[in-house]
Design a binder for this molecule. Sequence first.
Ligand code: CTP
Ligand code: MG
Length: 223
Amino acid sequence: GAVVALVPAAGRGVRLGESVPKAFVPIGGSPMVRYAVEGLIASGAVDRIIVMVPAEFVESAVALLPPSDSVHVVVGGAERIDSVRAGLAAAPEAAYYLVHDAARALTPPDLIARVVTELRAGHLAVVPALPVADTIKSVDAAGAVTGTPDRAGLRAIQTPQGFAAGLLRSAYLAEGVQATDDAGLVELLGAQVRTIPGDPLAFKITTPLDLVLADAVLDGASA
Ligand code: CTP
Ligand code: MG
């Protein structure tokens, strides 16, 4: 069955604070979204790629992405969830979906291939996970600590997140649902989500400090 990667790239990048939407901010001289798409292609595990961008960036996205019959650009939405919905609508033929943030531009192709291997082995939902380095606490509205979950049982979750197509479509059929990642929506359906080891290079470029890190990684790679 076909593996279709949906690449949310329609965010504004408010926390990064650059003058163009985050996916179009250059790292090592090229826009982030180009690295993300090139990584998916290099994995050899993806049949088609749908990139969701802000409406006024469709033309520039088409111009900067690798020219390929299997790479398509569509208009995203106001929230990430709306962007993923737009991607789903553009790829009804998928047997498996990967949802992969453009902001995780340096994700190693090997991680992408490992997610697909798990899907093809029959797992319905697969996410990359890393141990958390910080202690995580819950707090109330006033900032008072209400608890400290055991860190050993916590993971930081990355993308690509992989799903059997029917499961992800069902998760997105529900209206008005909220989750901070795609697996969160699938969990609301009661489905099992499998974790596999993530990769530090799959970090999400969110803040100006992350941009410094991405540039340094690329500078080191070309040195
Ligand atoms: N995204 C999207 N559509 C949206 C919002 C986000 O496709 N309406 C994408 C972003 O482009 C990014 C990924 O989802 O690749 C993860 O989102 P995030 O890191 O939060 O990016 P932004 O929303 O752009 O950043 P910020 O929240 O700081 O504005
Ligand atoms: Mg955001």
